[in-house]
Design a protein around this ligand. Structure first.
Ligand code: DX5
Ligand code: ZN
Length: 221
């Protein structure tokens, strides 16, 4: 894959100035807005929901919004996010009672669909639904928090996922989420990822009082 996409995770943005933060990372060259939805049930944290997605669209964000659902159950939130202007909607297979149905629900709503794999979740969940997937998202940390370290074993899993995708007749993106930094992104790309989520690496650059912090980090990635 040649077209690499950078997807800042707004989990690490300043929520009190979210519209401005999103505008800034997009102006700095980011391609996609990664939107982490946590429910204090599937994961031990609570973040933002469809109203905030809708507010970003109303604010004028036209870039793709990549909604990463860390919620259980998933179907109700899928419908809400379709309505709120999501572009991609991904969910964890363990959190859905009927994975095929949830994927179909996303595509029926006109969005791109994906499955998310925790560090210990087997890729075999892909086997019978390859034709319904636009994005495979591998977690390189356990979900719930920003600022964790990249789990090295994910590189082998990325190579495995890349081989599975390339052996299929379908076109899908391979996204990586967790601990992505300027100094490990080349290695992660070499292992097969084409879409890179980065939260703390991007947003902490700005909070360090460098007015061009976003530009520097995003351009280095
Ligand atoms: C974790 C989230 C990630 C997180 C990444 O559950 O899915 O998107 O924000 O943050 P960093 O890049 O700081 O690891
Ligand atoms: Zn995420």
């Amino acid at each position: 894959a040649q077209d690499f996409l950078i997807a800042p995770s707004i989990l690490s943005a300043n929520f009190a100035r979210l519209g401005e933060e999103v505008d800034n990372v997009l102006a700095a060259g980011a391609d996609v807005v990664h939107f982490d939805v946590m429910d204090n049930h599937y994961v031990p944290n609570l973040t933002i929901g469809p109203m905030v997605c809708k507010a970003l669209r109303k604010h004028g964000v036209t870039a793709p919004i990549d909604v990463h659902l860390m919620v259980k159950p998933v179907d109700r939130m899928i419908s809400e996010f379709i309505e709120a202007g999501a572009s991609y909607i991904t969910f964890h297979p363990e959190a859905s009672e009927h994975i095929d149905r949830s994927l179909q629900l996303i595509r029926d709503g006109g969005c791109k669909a994906g499955l998310v794999f925790n560090p210990a979740t087997p890729l075999s969940y892909l086997d019978y639904v390859m034709d319904k997937i636009d994005m495979v998202l591998l977690m390189s940390v356990n979900p719930g928090f920003g600022g964790q370290s990249f789990i090295p074993g994910t590189l082998d899993k990325l190579r495995e996922a890349r081989a599975k995708i390339d052996a299929s007749e379908f076109d899908m993106r391979l996204e990586i989420d967790g601990g992505v930094k300027v100094d490990n992104i080349a290695e992660i790309a070499a292992a097969g990822a084409d879409t890179f989520v980065a939260g703390s690496a991007i947003f902490s650059a700005h909070q360090a009082s460098d007015p061009h912090g976003y530009d520097t980090v995003i351009k280095q990635m």
